[in-house]
Design a binder for this molecule. Structure first.
Ligand SMILES: Nc1ncnc2c1ncn2[C@@H]1O[C@H](COP(=O)(O)OP(=O)(O)OP(=O)(O)O)[C@@H](O)[C@H]1O
Length: 247
């Protein structure tokens, strides 16, 4: 699927290139009166883990919103290779902790895109929900209210909701923020397993260990592409210093 906006790119993405799950060309986006992303060109490799790295306000969440289809670009092209609609897991701070929902109900909402909110869940849905909770290690929290959970537990409940969608494109906003070292390690292993199972994973992160364990990184600075490639090549101390300086 190619979505074209006010076209500014001279070279359109190549839909026939099966190595990319997503391609963008000349992509710009932002909010009313506030341009954020400027003229981005890159591909997201299929069946791999891509980390979005950059300082606060560099546009990582905005880019995830565009890739998820919840923020409309103002210019450029976005090509998503065929597959299921993306599963988008926002930062836990963007999700109300006061919603009167149990963990299980939260994860079940991941099935709404297939089932709709008012239909009874099938045994297949229940199995997907149980598997997602198991993979995130939160089965024992199933009956707890979301609002009673610690930040890290709530983060894992939201990730389980994303997994329950069984999409082949998982977009995660700072999935390891607030997690203890063991949960971070578990998340890293989970992302690796998902990629091996056929999922393309994109996550925004400030966690350099998580970024270093990705297959590829995209660096953003003030809404512009500051680099992309393998983390070993990209995440050098001097490159990270440059990221922190004004563009
Ligand atoms: N809903 C919004 N309305 C207006 N401006 C916004 C909105 N959300 C974000 N912004 C602005 O867009 C810019 C990029 O924000 P974004 O959240 O994408 O950055 P980020 O790299 O994810 O930051 P962080 O690492 O702090 O999460 C910032 O200047 C921010 O103030």
């Amino acid at each position: 699927m190619t979505i074209m906006f006010n076209k500014t790119a001279s070279s359109p993405p190549a839909p026939q290139d099966a190595t990319f799950r997503i391609r963008v060309a000349g992509l710009s986006a932002g909010y009313a009166g506030r341009p954020v992303l400027r003229q981005l060109d890159f591909g997201i490799p299929a069946l791999a883990i891509t980390a979005l790295v950059g300082p606060n306000g560099s546009g990582k969440s905005t880019l995830l919103g565009v890739l998820a289809g919840v923020i409309r670009p103002t210019a450029g092209e976005l090509y998503r290779a065929g597959g299921r609609p993306p599963a988008f897991v926002p930062q836990r701070t963007a999700v109300g902790g006061l919603l009167p929902l149990t963990v299980r109900q939260t994860v079940q909402m991941g099935r709404w895109s297939d089932r709709g909110p008012w239909r009874r869940l099938t045994s297949r849905d229940h199995a997907a929900v149980a598997t997602a909770m198991d993979r995130l290690g939160i089965a024992d929290l199933a009956t707890r209210q979301l609002g009673e959970l610690s930040g890290g537990q709530r983060q894992r409940a939201l990730m389980a909701q994303g997994l329950a969608q069984e999409s082949d494109l998982l977009l995660l906003d700072e999935p390891t923020t607030g997690l203890d070292p063991e949960a971070r390690e578990r998340t890293a292993t989970l992302l690796r397993d998902l990629a091996a199972d056929g999922v393309t994973v994109v996550h925004a992160t400030h966690d350099l260990d998580a970024a270093r364990s990705a297959d590829t990184c995209i660096l953003l600075r003030e809404g512009r592409l500051a680099g992309r490639g393998h983390p070993d090549r990209l995440l050098t101390p001097s490159a990270l210093d440059r990221l922190r300086q004004p563009a």
